[in-house]
Design a protein around this ligand. Structure first.
Ligand code: FAD
Ligand code: 2HG
Ligand code: ZN
Length: 523
């Protein structure tokens, strides 16, 4: 599968399932929640990309915290390894077994427990599907503080366990800020109730943060309390393009000279250095950076998304997704941006965005753009951006890298990767530009170790060199468990391993994931 799962060895300390185990689980969950049929197991054993595949013989569907607690207590005593699973949309091989781990899927725990309209605090079970929460809140006049392309399947428990970022982190911040409390079941079955609903609580260590982003390696999240923002009435979405540097830069310089902000000397030296550097790509970067800075300043508090995709990503979406069209007239654009504003003053917000777009056009920062005229057009713009992972999946094999990189360096990596791979594979770049999060994908018809060797460790070394993160928002899972040292110090990783050991001494929770195998000494 191109997943490198073959390099991991099953830890022989873990027990193998027997008939008595099955009887025990049937006793506590009822037969229909103890899944052994091949078809359902095949789905649960295979990840969204169909790249990682385990061979679990058992999936359990608990309906309550008490049942999760009984399952874990038993598995811990028997030294049976487990994989917590939500919507199975994770992109790093964390949500499926590597070998025969028991799958504990939270989908039957999908109740909304309470919603407070004054504070906007939602309390629900971990198996609630994100899109269902979004629909519930919409009725109440609120929104979820996170949104992602996988919303139709991913669960809030999975979102919290991966610390998912998504499309509006720029505006509403990370789950470390919006999650107020949670309930988690520890490996030994103990229930940790830190399901607070307070905005402020400084009584000792804030342990909920350990479970946000720990990918099921420290406990199973069963309930969540989350702060949700009110739904604002005015949402505007613009889809923009930067065609190429020369036309943009030329216009910018000419208008600069005309309005006197640039001297002829500067013009000449910029043109000369342009020729000397002769890097069209370098020039594009300047434009994107300027746009991001301007958007932050000029749109300020109403800016709610700043996403980008390059022309390879656009081509893929247009080619593989039915009914998707480029909203801009046909022309070769190198970069596209999706900018969204959300505010409460219809005319003021629109005016602000229009003024920003006009200025950017005049300055030559964008070469074309369109402002959505209604909600359907806005969704069609979002469909382009959100559809890229699906289009990549349809295109064949995909190597995914989810990186935090200083924005000014971001596209250098993409270009270097393009140069390394030549015509062997396509380099596709997109992501949450406003958050400094690049999704660098390499697409080829089939998985091929020679391609992988061109990408890794180069991509990790490059990211590490600029003190970036090798996982901005997807987590480490199985894919990057052994690469953690590219982004964290040895001391930090050792402390993480000690915390793991403290909370899960037999290391039954999601083994082979998150931390390097060399630190694992189970049972
Ligand atoms: P799963 O995939 O089932 O599990 C993910 C990890 O969490 C696993 O390690 C699993 O063991 C653990 N886990 C799941 N539930 C629990 C629980 N209740 N308790 C403890 N551990 C648990 N991610 C982003 O950050 N931003 C994006 O914009 C984004 N867009 C995506 C778009 C598409 C089309 C797809 C397919 C994925 C996208 N993702 C994105 C990745 C993925 O959707 C997120 O990581 C999501 O949060 C995973 O949720 P899930 O319920 O599917 O979890
Ligand atoms: C997104 O932002 C997701 O669309 C998926 O995080 C990223 O496919 C990817 O690499
Ligand atoms: Zn993303």
């Amino acid at each position: 599968y191109g997943s490198m799962a073959g390099l991991v060895k099953r830890n022989p300390a873990f027990s193998e399932l027997n008939a008595e185990d099955i009887r025990y689980f049937e006793g506590i969950l009822g037969e229909k929640n103890v899944i052994q049929d091949d078809e359902r197991l095949m789905t649960a054993n295979t990840d969204w990309m169909r790249k990682y595949k385990g061979s679990s013989k058992l999936m359990l569907l608990p309906k309550s915290t008490e049942e999760v607690s009984q399952i874990l207590k038993y598995c811990n005593s028997r030294c049976l390894a487990v994989v917590p699973q939500g919507g199975n949309t994770g992109l790093v091989g964390g949500s499926v077994p590597v070998f025969d781990e028991v799958i504990i899927n939270l989908s039957s725990m999908n109740n909304i427990i309470s919603f407070d309209k004054v504070s906007g605090i939602l309390v629900c079970e971990a198996g609630c599907i994100l899109e269902n929460l979004i629909a519930f809140l919409d009725n109440e006049g609120f929104i979820m503080p996170l949104d992602l392309g996988a919303k139709g399947s991913c669960q809030i428990g999975g979102n919290i366990s991966t610390n998912a970022g998504g499309l509006r982190l720029l505006r509403y911040g990370s789950l470390h800020g919006t999650v107020l409390g949670l309930e988690a079941v520890l490996a030994n079955g103990n229930v940790l109730d830190i399901l607070g609903t307070l905005r402020k609580d400084n009584t000792g260590y804030d342990l909920k943060h350990l479970f946000i982003g720990s990918e099921g390696s420290l406990g199973i999240v069963t309930k969540v309390s989350i702060l949700t923002p009110p739904k604002l009435s005015s949402v505007n979405v613009a889809f923009l393009a930067c065609k190429d540097y020369d036309s943009c830069q030329f216009q910018r310089l000419i208008s600069g000279i005309l309005d006197g902000s640039l001297s002829l000397l500067v013009y000449v030296s910029v043109v000369l250095s342009g020729i000397l550097l002769s890097s069209f790509r370098f020039r594009i970067r300047l434009i994107i950076l300027r746009l991001l800075q301007d958007a932050k300043r000029k749109l300020g508090e109403i800016l709610s998304a700043f996403e980008f995709l390059d022309s390879q990503a656009m081509d893929l979406v247009l080619h593989h997704l039915e009914g998707v069209r480029n909203p801009l007239p046909p022309s070769r654009h190198n970069f596209y941006l999706l900018i969204e504003t959300t505010g409460s003053d219809e005319s003021n917000d629109k005016q602000k965005l229009e003024a920003f777009l006009l200025r950017s056009l005049e300055n030559g920062l964008i070469s074309d753009g369109v402002l959505a005229q209604d909600i359907n057009q806005a969704s069609s713009f979002w469909r382009i951006r959100e559809g890229i992972p699906e289009a990549l999946l349809k295109a064949g094999a995909v190597y995914k890298y989810d990186l935090s990189i200083p924005v000014e360096k971001m596209y250098n990596l993409v270009e270097e990767m393009q140069d390394r791979l030549g015509n062997v594979a396509k380099t596709v770049a997109y992501g949450h530009l406003g958050d400094g999060n690049l999704h660098l994908n390499v697409s080829s018809p089939q998985y091929d170790d020679k391609i992988l060797a061109q990408i890794e460790p180069f991509v990790y070394e490059w990211t590490s060199k600029y003190r970036g993160s090798i996982s901005a928002e997807h987590g480490l899972g199985l894919m990057k468990a052994n690469e953690i040292l590219y982004s964290k110090s040895v001391e930090t990783v050792q402390l993480m391993a000690s915390i793991k050991k403290l909370l899960d001494p037999r290391e039954i929770l999601n083994p082979y994931k998150v931390l390097p195998q060399s630190l694992i000494s189970a049972c």
